[in-house]
Ligand binder design. Structure first.
Ligand code: SF4
Length: 370
């Protein structure tokens, strides 16, 4: 049985594990990225490559060293470096002497012919018919959707938990349940079971959590190792977070279509063209968060990521125009948890004070003779 692997991106590895196994391959599941993974990537990547490139390269080296014979991965589109990601990874790994197959799937709308040609080759290797593959995809997709839902459930539960850590423990228990669920029926039953266990988390419903949007580049948004577990940290500081990107919604809006109209429209007065990555989205999503009454926004930007550097230079104006505080965090090899936590603590304090001041003002406005 051919040993197949893929990149690690947040909790989606459970969905991709099922996809690969249901296709009849042996899945070499990538481990959670660690400092060792990043060190490995840094060792062989060009110095100024962005940090997602280095971490993914480290992951590929780890899975190839564990015997992976084939890597299935997604490509990207320019104008930023994402357009050459997969090819450069492949070249570096081949130069290091690794012998393996790699299938890089660019978004179908950038070339339907090549997308289906590659897919046909993978199905041939898997000895899988198209109808059987559609069944496999439906189950993996259902699992990926459930994983996104559970992450959202965790973020809206955590700020209310009576005992710190209960939500995170519950989330991990649910991940184990999701891993075991294979059929659509089992996945649906797991969804119900997880909703019940989350509801059972002892909570204080009198709290009034802040609401913080998180925008930025997809890999640092989805991978907790990259963002120093920002959602858990903010949740335990008393904030509900909402990421602008969850894998399944991003796939339907940006991979299988041309992006969300309202995000582009919102960004248009500040940035009227696609600049690669998620730069334009970071502007548009920040404006939408402001319009939806969020207390603040955190931008996560990989060091040397051009689209996010452009967005970062525009965000102060957006912040002033829409009266929403924005914290930009640049992520690189030197980023440490303590530094990120300190900046988040200060940001959360600022948001709390700002909310209290705004509430005090609106109460005063209701007083007679004001
Ligand atoms: S979006 Fe940023 S991090 Fe991603 S490939 Fe482009 S430049 Fe690199």
């Amino acid at each position: 049985m051919k040993k197949v692997s893929f990149a690690h991106m947040g909790y989606s590895y459970l969905g991709f594990k099922q996809l690969v196994e249901d296709m009849g391959f042996e899945a070499i599941v990538p481990a959670n990225p660690s400092p060792a993974t990043l060190d490995l990537g840094v060792q062989y990547a060009p110095e100024f490559a962005c940090i997602p490139f280095k971490t993914v390269l480290g992951t590929y080296l780890e899975v190839l060293n564990r015997g992976a014979e084939m890597i299935i991965t997604s490509g990207g589109v320019g104008p930023c470096r994402a357009g050459l990601y997969g090819l450069l990874h492949e070249k570096i790994l081949r130069n290091l002497g690794y012998n393996f197959e790699i299938f890089i799937f660019d978004p179908p709308l950038t070339g339907l012919g090549s997308f289906f040609w590659k897919l046909r080759r993978v199905l041939k290797e898997a000895h899988l018919s198209w109808p059987a593959f559609i069944d496999v995809i439906r189950r993996a997709w259902a699992k990926l959707r459930l994983l996104d839902e559970l992450e959202q459930l965790a973020t809206v539960t955590r700020p209310y938990e009576l005992q710190r850590g209960t939500t995170t423990r519950t989330f991990k228990e649910c991940l184990a349940l999701v891993d075991r669920a294979r059929s659509l029926k089992e996945i649906a039953a797991t969804r119900e079971e997880c909703r019940e266990v989350f509801q059972a988390v002892p909570r204080d419903n009198n709290r009034r959590p802040l609401r913080i949007g998180i925008v930025g580049e997809i890999y640092v948004l989805l991978e907790p190792f990259m963002n120093q577990d920002i959602e858990k940290t903010l949740g335990e500081m008393g904030a509900i977070t909402n990421r602008s990107i969850y894998l399944t919604n991003y796939t339907t809006t940006d991979v299988l279509a041309h992006g969300t109209e309202d995000v582009r429209q919102a960004a248009h007065p500040y940035l009227n063209q696609f600049i690669g990555g998620h730069g334009q989205n970071s502007i548009g999503e920040t404006i939408l968060y402001a319009k939806h009454g969020f207390d603040g926004v955190v931008q996560l930007a990989p060091f040397t990521c051009i689209p996010e550097i452009v967005a970062k230079s525009i965000l102060p104006r957006v912040s002033r125009d829409f009266n929403i505080p924005v914290l930009s965090l640049t992520i690189d090899e030197q980023t440490g948890r303590a530094g990120v936590e300190t900046r988040l603590e200060a940001f959360v304090d600022l948001l709390r004070q700002r909310r209290e001041q705004m509430e005090a003002k609106s109460h005063a406005a209701l007083l007679p003779g004001y």
